[in-house]
Design a protein around this ligand. Structure first.
Ligand SMILES: Nc1ncnc2c1ncn2[C@@H]1O[C@H](COP(=O)(O)OP(=O)(O)O)[C@@H](O)[C@H]1O
Ligand SMILES: [Mg+2]
Length: 212
């Protein structure tokens, strides 16, 4: 089976010495990897490189076998829309749209608006009663679950989650992570999950970054 994501010898520096070097790994459909390390160790930088949001320095990133180095920004942006889902620490929901409208939003960009699928995702995340709520009426954990549903709506090959539960309490964080991992597995999406909190991702294969 072809890997969703392959990383070979990735290294990066912002100017003052290397942040990390020689990062290599391979992810297949449905697999998950935790990127661990304290604040400042380069987790966000690594995810941005994987997403093609930061120019590569050393090493290569392959999306379904294709090197992203040198792809024109327009091509990369179109591929990213189909290939990648992103979840951040902040939910970045549209405040004037309901939960369901937020989930469907990526569908408008590619002309594929499927309310039944959007509702199915929300139901799977325990939000069936919240579909028509605005974000301001949702709890922090509910907002993050809507952000997860939105990120998975287009069935991306890869989901990158950068500290997705850092603003939640322990109980909500565990619940959001459990649901995100289960749902990514069901959709067949590979998952890279960055967190400074090792206790949250026990049992996942891990890549450890150290503060330089
Ligand atoms: N745009 C930037 N320019 C210069 N240094 C940066 C930039 N972004 C991040 N850094 C530095 O790189 C290091 C790693 O940052 P980051 O990737 O955000 O780590 P993490 O997500 O693990 O907290 C930190 O020391 C940070 O200050
Ligand atoms: Mg970070």
């Amino acid at each position: 089976m072809r890997p969703v994501l392959e990383v070979q010898g990735l290294g990066f520096a912002y100017g003052n010495g290397p942040l990390f070097q020689g990062v290599s790994f391979c992810l297949h459909p449905g697999e998950a990897l935790a990127v661990l390390g304290p604040s400042g160790s380069g987790k966000t930088t690594l995810l941005h490189l994987l997403a093609g949001l930061l120019p590569l320095q050393a090493g290569e990133v392959f999306w379904e076998g294709e090197a992203i180095r040198g792809l024109p920004e327009g091509v990369l942006a179109r591929r990213r829309l189909r290939f990648l889902g992103l979840v951040f620490q902040h939910h970045f929901l549209f405040p004037e749209l309901t939960a369901l409208e937020n989930v469907l939003a990526p569908g408008y960009l590619v002309g594929r608006v499927d309310r039944a699928w959007g509702l199915a995702l929300l139901r799977r995340l325990g939000l069936e009663g919240r579909a028509h709520f605005l974000p301001q009426r949702l709890s922090g954990g509910e907002r993050q679950r809507v952000a997860v549903a939105r990120a998975l709506y287009l069935r991306p090959r890869l989901l990158l989650a950068d500290e997705p539960t850092a603003s939640l309490d322990r109980r909500q964080a565990r619940e959001v992570l459990r649901l995100m991992r289960e749902l990514a597995g069901e959709v067949g999406t590979a998952l890279v999950l960055a967190t400074h909190d090792e206790g949250l991702v026990e049992g996942l294969p891990a890549l450890r970054l150290v503060y330089p």
